[in-house]
Design a protein around this ligand. Structure first.
Ligand code: ZN
Ligand code: ZN
Length: 143
């Protein structure tokens, strides 16, 4: 995401446009997998950001509250990870052993959502879905 688009997004939801917020959005937007707060913090540090961990937590809370990012269910390791909400609807397959995360291109729930919508009358906003198994590496070591 470009600065211009991020500025526009902040403007449209009415939150203050700060460098820290922009930096976090950029990191999540560029990532092809959900990231934990610690991972985001380390990436910010790599980019020479002066941000501290508690600011990252506070900023994340704000972005979740505004539905810009969503929190994923913790995988086997009990760590919460986050990803961009819009345009980044993805599912993941997670290795039970080494916590490796691979993105799944397709979302299998389109028709299912329509069905649920008809049945319940809900307007469906989002869903979460993850698959667990053993990655190629761990599969070999298992045998
Ligand atoms: Zn593995
Ligand atoms: Zn989906």
């Amino acid at each position: 995401m470009k600065d211009k688009d991020i500025n526009q997004m902040f403007l449209s939801i009415g939150i203050k446009n700060t460098k820290h917020r922009r930096d976090i959005i950029k990191i999540l937007d560029a990532s092809n997998k959900p990231l934990s707060v610690e991972e985001i913090y380390l990436l910010l540090k790599e980019n020479n950001s002066s941000i501290n961990l508690s600011t990252v937590y506070r900023t994340m809370e704000k972005l979740i509250e505004k539905n810009i990012i969503i929190q994923n269910n913790p995988f086997n390791d009990n760590i919460y990870r986050y990803q961009m909400c819009k345009d980044k609807h993805r599912h993941h397959i997670v290795c039970i052993k080494c916590s490796k995360i691979v993105e799944i291109e397709e979302c299998p729930f389109k028709d299912f959502e329509d069905k649920i919508k008809k049945e319940t009358g809900f307007d469906i906003e989002n869903h979460k879905f993850e698959i667990y198994g053993y990655c190629n590496n761990c599969k070999k070591n298992k045998e």
